[in-house]
Design a protein around this ligand. Structure first.
Ligand code: ADE
Length: 246
């Protein structure tokens, strides 16, 4: 099955962009995913093909018109009625690995890319669209965010990642940041790979990695750490006994 992405944008030339190279590029050539862009201006009704207008109530910038967005979204729905529709916006819910897994497990996705000040809010009232943010910073448009979302989904598609298990232990998959990695040479500029990783004792190595994951998560991402602890606190007591150290 091909994962089919539909992208509604003012800049169709930005696709596939970096997704034409490397892992995603090979998967595209192999037919594991496909994409189609919808030029928002094709749904404009005036001779200037305008898609935006000044904000009601005044203020800076321009707003994408609901009627143009509605027509573009409807064209995408007609082609893929079951695909979830996501709008990329800094006002959206933060994108998570759980959400990425959910999307990549489906048949495809329709992505609406914003520009200017944003979307006329009525598009979200009259169509089922999930607003998604890739982080607390402002990009010049939703296209880069769409590329990031698609990259995260594509690498999870069946037979795309080289090593079948390489996704399971990475950051976020178990609610923690991943442990540090090392490779040869054993010594570099006076720094030596931790002894335990050279011991061949798999149980000890697993315990060291778990400890390192927890320490890194705790110091870099107190928010993830708290959630991890909350999950442990609400799990059965035998699991809790094995995991709780402080
Ligand atoms: N468009 C502009 N900034 C964005 C962000 N942080 N996430 C998603 N879409 C955006």
């Amino acid at each position: 099955m091909t994962f089919a992405a539909q992208i509604i944008t003012l800049y169709p030339d930005m696709f596939p962009g970096p997704l034409g190279a490397s892992l995603a590029g090979k998967a595209l050539k192999d037919g594991k995913w496909s994409y189609e862009t919808f030029q928002m201006r094709d749904f404009a009704t005036d001779k200037h093909r305008s898609v935006d207008d000044t904000p009601a109530g005044g203020g800076a910038g321009m707003v994408l018109r609901a009627d143009i967005l509605g027509a573009a979204v409807d064209a995408a729905i007609a082609k893929q009625p079951n695909a979830p529709i996501l709008a990329m916006t800094p006002r959206g819910k933060p994108l998570t690995q759980t959400k990425v897994r959910e999307i990549s497990g489906g048949e495809g996705v329709t992505i609406l890319c914003g520009r200017f000040e944003g979307f006329d809010e009525r598009i979200f009232e009259n169509r089922t669209i999930e607003q998604v943010s890739i982080g607390d910073y402002i990009l010049s448009g939703g296209e880069m965010a769409a590329l990031i979302l698609l990259d995260a989904c594509i690498r999870l598609l069946p037979d795309v990642m080289g090593h079948a298990s390489s996704g399971d232990e990475e950051s976020f998959e178990n609610g923690l940041l991943e442990y540090p990695h090392y490779t040869r040479p054993i010594e570099w500029e006076g720094r030596i790979i931790p002894e335990v990783l050279r011991s061949g004792d798999h149980a000890k190595i697993a315990a060291w990695r778990q400890g390192a994951s927890e320490a890194i998560t705790r110091s870099r991402r107190p928010d993830l750490w708290k959630r991890h602890r909350d999950v442990l606190d609400s799990s059965p007591s035998d699991v809790r006994q094995n995991n709780k150290e402080d």
